[in-house]
Design a protein around this ligand. Sequence first.
Ligand SMILES: Nc1ncnc2c1ncn2[C@@H]1O[C@H](COP(=O)(O)OP(=O)(O)O)[C@@H](O)[C@H]1O
Ligand SMILES: Cc1ncc(COP(=O)(O)O)c(N)n1
Length: 267
Amino acid sequence: MNPACVLTIAGTDPSGGAGIQADLKTFQELKSYGMSVVTSVVAQNTTGVKDVHHLPDSFIREQLFAVSEDMPVHAVKTGMIANKEMMQVIKDWVQTIDAPYIMDPVMIAQSGDPLVEQEEQIYLKRHLVPESTLVTPNIPETETLLNRRIDHEEDMKEAAVEIVEQLGAGAALVKGGHLKGKAVDFLYDGYQLHSFEEERIDSANTHGTGCTYSAAIAAYMSQGYPLTQAVEKGKHFVTAAIRHSFDLGKGDGPTNHFALRREVFHS
Ligand SMILES: Nc1ncnc2c1ncn2[C@@H]1O[C@H](COP(=O)(O)OP(=O)(O)O)[C@@H](O)[C@H]1O
Ligand SMILES: Cc1ncc(COP(=O)(O)O)c(N)n1
């Protein structure tokens, strides 16, 4: 039997913890067939972003059609999309695809380095958010999307509803990793609010958590899980990946994509 096929459109992380690399590892772990279209090649590691090389938008289009003219796409996710030209190409292509579209509105790396310039963030909000089945902003991204501060859980809930009703996303998952207390995320699916809560793990190894989470949701949706169940299972995956994360690198270490396995890994 053929596997479910899931595509990531994102930037790279040669140190393997975030971006395309995190997405493909997640797809593999969750047993979907992973495919990838590179938007930007990023020289980064756990300590931060050193340099970025953007691919021409015409070449992103070529990659997208090389995938979709040949392969089934059962779900798609986007991560880092650095400029308007790329956003337009991706928007046009997404409209040709009949599959759930999970959009992680990546703006700033965990290290604080910007991955998408401010002017382009507005374009992302106007043009890509309305195409999404689900958008997955963290707190700073939610603040940028809605132009106001998000300080506590009530703000997160209101924001999730607003991102759907005012910005036109199919659904919104506002992630609470940047707040204190429990690690709570709120999903508004257009009908009701759902909360997903886990204990906060005392770990600085959170490089790539957002990428891993949205990739897991996309993988589960490629397999036909409904949205709420895909988010629930994705949350379980990312929590395990943080709980068993690796102390690798000199900065915030990467999460552990093997975490749901029961095996022991030796160094
Ligand atoms: N220390 C932590 N312990 C447990 N869960 C966490 C922790 N930090 C983040 N999370 C969870 O990881 C996921 C990614 O969240 P977040 O850090 O907000 O996104 P991003 O990586 O995009 O900044 C969310 O489900 C969030 O609740
Ligand atoms: C290419 C790329 N995309 C996204 C992120 C954000 O990662 P995080 O999940 O840690 O916020 C990143 N550092 N690099």
